[in-house]
Design a protein around this ligand. Sequence first.
Ligand code: CTP
Length: 290
Amino acid sequence: FFALAMNVKMYENPILKGNIEKLKKYGYKFIEADEGLLACNYVAKGRLKDEKEIVDEIERFFLYSEIENYSNLLSGKKVLVSSGRTREDIDPVRYVTNNSSGKMGYSLAQAAVDLGADVTLVSGPTELKEPSSLKKFIRVNSAEQMYQEINREFKDTDIFISCAAVADYKPKEYHNEKIKKAEGNLIIEFVRNKDILFEMGQVKEKQFLVGFAAETNDIKENALKKLRKKNLDMIVANSAFNMNSNENAIEIIKKDETSQEFSQKSKQELAYEILKVVANEINNKNKNNK
Ligand code: CTP
């Protein structure tokens, strides 16, 4: 592993970039530098990553290097991930949202990078740090903004993993001024947001669609309904009570409705398991088409 730290001009030098690419081919790993104050007093890219993040990268390596053919498993694949909650504004100071931390989606985006994919992450509000080496990172707030971004990226995507906890409803009206309290109750009317995954299921061509179902009850039954209704290739069923946790237990249900259970593990470990199943399904599909 090389953890990079240097002057920004050197960092951007094509000779250095070429040498890094060469070394990557021999199996060396590079931990990109952060932006920040450099020793030469510039504020730019070239600052050594935080120690914790360097340790995280190395720890992840010990997880994914166990996977057979890990560096090529998703190489050349364009992966689009949606993650986090959405925020639906009521007035300039109030909004409705949900409990999703975004950890599963961020772990999946990072795992897809680790397994060689070009990854775009569309994220609603979260407190998490951006995964490293993404191709594109797009921040949004509302479900409508998330829909616009996903819709734009979708055509040029091989695998779409819809992990975001998208609000199903938004306030019918946005108040430009703060709502003042008055006598009696306040009633806010909500209208439906687009179901982003359902919409993508209607227009999909080559894309492999993975949905999530976070349920409080009848987990498998509800997940199966969503798999069929949204025209998915796979759905990951899990308990909504794990939304904010670092760990989860899941059941992966495939289009043919066979399923595989994974017991309680870290979300990062589960992310590799999910992507292994996805890669396997895509390979089988390609073999059958030949
Ligand atoms: N989803 C989406 N857009 C929405 C709602 C959900 O893209 N407006 C996606 C989620 O990212 C997830 C899947 O659909 O992959 C299932 O989301 P979930 O909230 O579990 O289910 P809903 O379809 O919203 O159904 P319900 O809330 O009635 O359980």
